[in-house]
Every structure is written in structure tokens, then in C-alpha cells.
Ligand binder design. Structure first.
Ligand code: BGC
Length: 246
């Protein structure tokens, strides 16, 4: 089965056609910079550009950088305040005439990893943490997703931890990997204490650079990189549309 997967991020909106049986991309990725401001109207226009680019008429799975319940956005997140309360699947559906399934980006990345990547066949409590503009989380127990966890929003000094430890914080504060790794050490110890998972998987752009900071994270729980890297959101979103997560 082929589904168009779209990953909406703070800097780019990326789409590709995914074979949902194998998790492979069967087209080139098409990327358009996220419009500024990233309002619902502007982003919907970009989504239409992507579906038009692929001349797509089938199902679309889309992942989005905020928590969503049944396709409805629960916060403006890192995109724009006006997203809160928007029924995102309907907005994109009306704009394109196509059927959309929209889920949180870290949940989507986690789905891709559990089905086709580093989490495949892993039992117990597996937590994917995506390190990018924000910190996202996908929590799986025996392969089943607990949707919309927001482990980037546990607090540190009264602020969401992601402000202190996301990849964007590394760039903003000009940190080297040792300095960033020490911040991540505090973060992973905190999450580890709360949930005692069996495995952490690191996703987002930082998964490729894990070897640069892993030595500073001192916990007993294994930490491994995601295998689908930048494509995990696209693949997981397509999968969600195929198996009907809402
Ligand atoms: C949002 C999450 C999202 C993460 C990564 C956070 O700011 O609250 O929903 O998964 O960023 O994009």
C-alpha cells in the first residue's frame, strides 16, 4: 500500500510516498521551507503544494509538532499560537480534497522506529526522544503507542526542559557536544527516574550525532539512535494513515 507521508517541522515541510508494508520511500523527498509566519492558512497552502507536486489522490498521513487529539491541535507549539484548537485533519482535507490523518511528530517517528527501525521487536517500555527545535517523545509499551506524551515539557528551573536541552538550545547557546551532553544527561536522568524505561531511542536530526554526546549521558538504560533518521516522521505518518491511528 502506498501512502503520502508529510512531516511538518519548524524549518521544513517534507513529503514522500511511502510503501507502508516495508517502510521504504518509493519517491524522492520533496521539501518546502516552512512558511513564515507558520499560520494554519500558510501551512495549508504548503501542504497543497506538496500534494500537487505528487499529483496525489490517495490517503495522506501527516505528522505535526504539537500534541493532537483526534486530529485537533492542543497547543501552538513551535509553529504559531493560532494553531491551538484547529482541527488540522479537516483543514488540510478541505484544502486538498484528500483524506488526512494527522498525528504528533514524535509519535510518528516512534511508530516508524517500532515497525521498521531500532525499536522493531522490542518489548517492555521503549521511549523515543526526538531532539530538534523542541524535544518530542513517543512512548511504547510492548509495541503499543501511548499517544501525545510531552516529555520535552517536564520542567527544569520552571521552564520546559526542551528550552534548556533541545538541539535548538545547543545552537542558540553555542554549546559544544560536551556541554550539550551534560544538559542531556540531566534530562535523561530525569525522565529515567520518572518512567524507568527499558530502552531509549534518540530520533530527530541529533540521532546522526549520538556518538558525539552519548559518553556524557550517564544512565543504566540503553540509549540507541533511530535508524530512519530524517525520514522517520514521514514513514510513521504514512503508517498512521494506513493503520488508522487518530
Ligand atoms: C512539542 C511536541 C513535539 C516536539 C518536537 C514540542 O515542543 O510540544 O508535541 O513533538 O516539540 O517537535
Amino acid at each position: 500500500m502506498e501512502v503520502l507521508g508529510i512531516d511538518i517541522g519548524g524549518s521544513g515541510i517534507k513529503g514522500a510516498i511511502v510503501n507502508t508494508k516495508t517502510g521504504e520511500l518509493v519517491s524522492e523527498r520533496h521539501r518546502i521551507p516552512t512558511p513564515k509566519p507558520a499560520t494554519p492558512k500558510n501551512v495549508a497552502n504548503t501542504i497543497k503544494e506538496i500534494t500537487d507536486h505528487f499529483n496525489w489522490t490517495g490517503k495522506v498521513g501527516c505528522c505535526f509538532p504539537t500534541p493532537l487529539t483526534h486530529g485537533k491541535c492542543q497547543s501552538g507549539g513551535n509553529l504559531h499560537d493560532t494553531w491551538k484548537g484547529v482541527q488540522v485533519d479537516e483543514l488540510f482535507g478541505e484544502k486538498t480534497g484528500l483524506k488526512f490523518t494527522v498525528i504528533n511528530d514524535a509519535d510518528a517517528a516512534g511508530e516508524a522506529e517500532m515497525s521498521f527501525g531500532a525499536g522493531k521487536g522490542k518489548k517492555g517500555l521503549v521511549i523515543i526522544i526526538t531532539l530538534g527545535t523542541g524535544i518530542g517523545s513517543g512512548v511504547f509499551f510492548n509495541g503499543d503507542l501511548l499517544q501525545n506524551t510531552e516529555l520535552g515539557h517536564v520542567t527544569y528551573k520552571s521552564e520546559p526542559f526542551e528550552i534548556y536541552a533541545a538541539d535548538s538550545a545547543r545552537k542558540r547557546d553555542g554549546l559544544n557536544y560536551k556541554q550539550w551532553g551534560k544538559r542531556l544527561n540531566k534530562y535523561f536522568n530525569h525522565v529515567n527516574l520518572i518512567l524507568s524505561p527499558d530502552l531509549f531511542i534518540i530520533g530527530g536530526g541529533a540521532s546522526k550525532k549520538l556518538y558525539k554526546f552519548i559518553e556524557y549521558i550517564d544512565i543504566d538504560t540503553p540509549i540507541i539512535p533511530a535508524e530512519n533518521k530524517n525520514e522517520a516522521g514521514i514513514i510513521g505518518a504514512a503508517l498512521a494513515a494506513e493503520i488508522g491511528i487518530k
